[in-house]
Design a protein around this ligand. Structure first.
Ligand SMILES: [Zn+2]
Length: 484
């Protein structure tokens, strides 16, 4: 059974907040993050998704013209005669009385229109099958046609035309050559600072230092407009690599957003789940199989327990998993997230592993702690990055910057069902309980050190005595003095 979690969409601001001399933003970063229009900070601009600079109408018009000319050219080419015959059959044109002679001009026109429509559906909607109200063709034949190499070539050509709309090479070059290596370097420095010396630290530093930047394509498709426009980033566990989804660049070129995302994705390599996958001699291995043992073994001691606390991000997890399932690790869909290695189930695999769980036969990522951990590390790295590479920023500049860090994720959405579990906590938690709780960020924004009612998970906890408690109990009752 799913646990029931209520997602808060309204921001509750305690009345004492208004009696303070501090501005509202010091208590609530999440609310104004989605205010309409464009916001500029000294590193760039961010727009909410409903205010994108991307002119989809112009783009579709141009790609539709391109589709028409590419399809006509393909069908005129005598080398593609067999492809034409396959298409005629797939669309059942060959069954028409007038098309017993399949090379008939009228039949060619019908096939050409159907092909153009097919490509439009694949490129702009990506779900030709489910969008059809009526089963007008044999879907197996259409899928077969769709996989034909001539179709793949057509999509490849269209990708080239679409790239000039979908790519922003100036920002991409900067991310690849400058921002990514700088964030990676800062993360390595931070690990040296917060982790106690030893083999675990050396291995984690080696792993982070060897993460590769794998570019901007998060779709793995020839062309897929809806996914090409999705913002986000990906950590690929196989290959230890990070991608930054080019869709993000339609909404933001602010380094507050870019650095936060890159730091988050880099941190997946050391999150409680993905820390377990790497080169045999370098990877971290849990020896215990119970949740409490594994939380204690995780090199960032006390942090998991803290991040599960109600006053922090309150990282949830679903009910305890059933023993190792057949598809133990499954990829998480969507533009942002992590792509785990596909591994056969192993005998004696841990019952609890911070990764996926099986629920009613469906394997899902069952623990928010991975995402929360990455948000927490990103909140440590981001203020350091801005401080190092941008001098003389004012309090106002920092406020605009931090408003821009989640801004491109703002879009109208339905309220989640109460019992719907997602791997990421709400944006309110991510913005207010993690970013805004960070004392360095608060200082830069000109806010008082503590956010009332919120617990900051101080990296200094890592070298303090073990304080791990079972999640869902009243956690951190004996929190270190001075650490809030
Ligand atoms: Zn993530």
């Amino acid at each position: 059974m799913l646990r029931t979690y209520f997602t808060y969409f309204l921001v509750f601001i305690p009345s004492f907040a208004f009696t303070s001399t501090e501005d509202r933003i010091c208590f609530d970063l999440h609310g104004p993050t989605c205010a309409p229009g464009e916001l500029s900070d000294p590193t760039g601009k961010s727009r909410a998704q409903n205010y994108t600079i991307f002119d989809r109408h112009e783009f579709e018009k141009s790609i539709n013209l391109e589709i028409a000319s590419q399809v006509d050219k393909t069908l005129e080419d005598s080398k593609n005669r067999k492809f034409y015959e396959v298409a005629a059959e797939a669309f059942s044109v060959d069954g028409l009385p007038e098309c017993t002679e399949i090379q008939n001009l009228d039949c060619k026109k019908r096939v050409s229109e159907a092909l153009k429509n097919q490509l439009r559906q694949e490129i702009f909607y990506n779900d030709f099958v489910s969008k059809s109200e009526f089963k007008i063709q044999d879907l197996t034949s259409i899928s077969y046609l769709s996989e034909h190499q001539v179709m793949a070539k057509l999509r490849g050509n269209l990708q080239t035309s679409a790239d000039r709309y979908l790519n922003n090479h100036k920002v991409m070059d900067k991310i690849k050559n400058e921002v990514f290596p700088n964030v990676q370097g800062l993360l390595v420095e931070w690990l040296k600072e917060v982790l106690p010396p030893g083999k675990a630290r050396d291995n984690l530093i080696f792993k982070v230092d060897h993460i590769e930047f794998k570019g901007f394509d998060c779709t793995n498709d020839e062309i897929n407009v809806p996914r090409d426009l999705e913002p986000g980033g990906t950590y690929l566990s196989v290959g230890n690599a990070v991608t930054y989804c080019k869709g993000s660049l339609h909404y933001t070129d602010s380094l507050f957003a870019i650095v936060r995302t890159l730091a988050h994705e880099l941190s997946h390599s050391i999150d409680p789940c993905y820390i377990q996958f790497y080169l045999e001699k370098r990877k971290f291995k849990y020896s215990g199989t119970s949740q409490i043992d594994m939380e204690r073994e995780y090199p960032f001691k006390n942090i998991i327990s803290c991040l599960r606390d109600k006053r922090s991000a309150e990282a949830k997890r679903l009910n305890p998993p059933s023993p190792a399932s057949n598809s133990y690790y499954t990829p998480i869909s969507g533009g942002a997230g992590v792509v785990p290695p596909s591994q056969p189930p192993q005998a004696g695999a841990p019952q609890f592993d911070f990764c996926n769980i099986q629920n009613n036969g469906v394997v899902t990522n069952g623990d928010q702690i991975g995402e929360v951990m990455c948000d927490w590390v990103a909140a440590e790295i981001l203020p350091r990055y801005i401080e190092k590479y941008y001098t003389n920023l004012t309090t106002q500049d920092f406020r605009l910057g931090y408003l821009n860090s989640f801004r491109h994720w703002c879009y109208p959405q339905k309220q989640r069902n109460n019992d719907e579990f997602t791997t990421h906590p709400s944006f309110e938690k991510r913005a207010n309980s993690i970013l805004l709780a960070n004392p360095k960020i608060r200082e830069q924004m000109g806010c008082s050190k503590d956010l009332p009612g919120t617990l900051y998970c101080d990296p200094k906890m890592i070298t303090k005595p073990d304080n791990t408690v079972l999640p869902f109990q009243e956690a951190i009752s004996n929190t270190e003095k001075g650490i809030k």
